[in-house]
Design a protein around this ligand. Structure first.
Ligand code: GTP
Ligand code: ZN
Length: 352
């Protein structure tokens, strides 16, 4: 029956539910994102059962909570804990001002698939990965998902289809076209800027650029994204051919709100990798398969890739794209981005 929502459609609904503050059902659990939770819903969840707070191993390590399961901690919520307590565990912005939140006790027995699925869903909704969970019978009107299939879906590659394309003269090249691709999972659209008319049977000069509102649009001095974007387009314009993928994976996949939380932590003295970890994220949450899929979709099988990131080269190669050359993309340092660039080369393996 085609009118019954598929798993992917139901997951898309669930992301929206969580973002507006509505709990969802994952397996036998009622699940709410702490970031959008309000006191009345916390009270109602408490009336149903004893809640636990699912956190990623990264966040739990910062909070000195024991991690018994792979990448996951289930913190027991004390009876007198209020919404502010939960929010402080979810959001590290106040960690330095109120370092002692514990002692925190974590569960170690039982099945954790629903908790893992809840955290993966929060990340895919670009919410802080901190989920309040209570065992519950299904509640009418709430989106219901099975944990195993949800985990498999969130780990799988998202299909994408072209929706529109048009000529778009640019400063870097008057002969440019912008292509829009839409993922089937309801996620952010991605763009391809095709410069000139690159032949499909030869390696194309290519750049996979991850969105950076602060760098690309505002000209932030904290990162190298804006200068890299324009240098790549200019190089392609001068060469007369190229393809730049503009991937909407802001903040290495954590979203702009979380990136600003990370910047706030950086202002407190943490580096870019530590800040991501304190928020509960990995260093890099991007799905690098999207770039490979889009290049193939555009008809390219081999690239000369403009990047300093060896992981991008490895990823394309593992997804059937021939990287015949890595073209470095070095941009000037300034006093605001020099620590960031050092961390990229020391911790993230960038060749700078
Ligand atoms: N989470 C987080 N994301 C950041 C930060 N600074 C920049 N970004 C994001 O990082 C992404 C760019 O990643 P980079 O590591 O600079 O570059 P790369 O794309 O991996 O490698 P290159 O191809 O060499 O540029 C963009 O999505 C930016 O929004 C930060 O401090 N924290
Ligand atoms: Zn940037």
């Amino acid at each position: 029956m085609s009118l019954i929502p598929t798993l992917s459609e139901t997951a898309a609904r669930a992301r929206t539910d969580l973002r507006v503050g509505l709990p969802v059902m994952i397996g036998g659990y009622l699940v709410a994102a702490v970031e959008t939770l309000v006191a009345a819903r916390l009270d109602d969840m408490r009336a149903i059962g004893r809640p636990v707070l699912a956190l990623t191993g990264r966040r739990a390590e910062t909070l000195k909570a024991r991690v018994y399961d792979d990448g996951l901690a289930r913190v027991i919520v004390p009876g007198d804990a209020d919404l502010a307590w939960l929010k402080a565990l979810a959001d590290p912005s106040g960690d330095l001002m109120t370092p002692m939140k514990g002692p925190l006790f974590t569960e170690r027995e039982g099945d954790v698939q629903a908790h893992q699925a809840a955290l993966a869903l929060a990340k895919s909704a670009q919410l802080l990965p901190a989920m309040l969970m209570v065992r519950s019978d299904p509640l009418p009107g709430l989106t219901q998902l099975a944990p195993g299939p949800l985990l498999a879906l969130l780990a799988s590659e998202t299909a994408m289809h072209p929706v529109a394309a048009a000529r778009l003269p640019l400063q870097s090249s008057e002969r440019s076209r912008l292509h829009i691709f839409r993922p089937d999972d309801g996620g952010a659209e991605h763009y391809a800027i095709e410069i000139g008319d690159p032949p499909r049977d030869a390696p194309v000069l290519a750049r996979l650029h991850s969105a950076c509102f602060t760098g690309d649009v505002l000209g932030s001095l904290k990162c190298d994204c804006g200068p890299q974007l324009h240098a790549a387009l200019n190089t392609m314009g001068q060469a007369g051919a190229g393809v730049l993928l503009y991937l909407n994976q802001e903040g290495r996949g954590i979203g702009l709100a979380n990136k600003m939380r990370a910047y706030d932590l950086q202002n407190q003295g943490f580096d870019t990798v530590e800040a991501n970890h304190r928020l509960g994220f990995e260093d890099d949450e991007r799905d690098f398969r999207i770039g490979a899929a889009l290049l193939r979709r555009l008809g390219f099988g081999a690239v000369r890739l403009m990047t300093n990131n060896p992981r991008k080269v490895a990823m394309l190669q593992s997804h059937c794209l021939d990287v015949v050359e890595r073209v470095p993309l070095i941009t000037p340092r300034n006093r605001f981005n020099t620590d960031y660039l050092d961390t990229k080369s020391e911790k993230s393996g960038h060749l700078l």
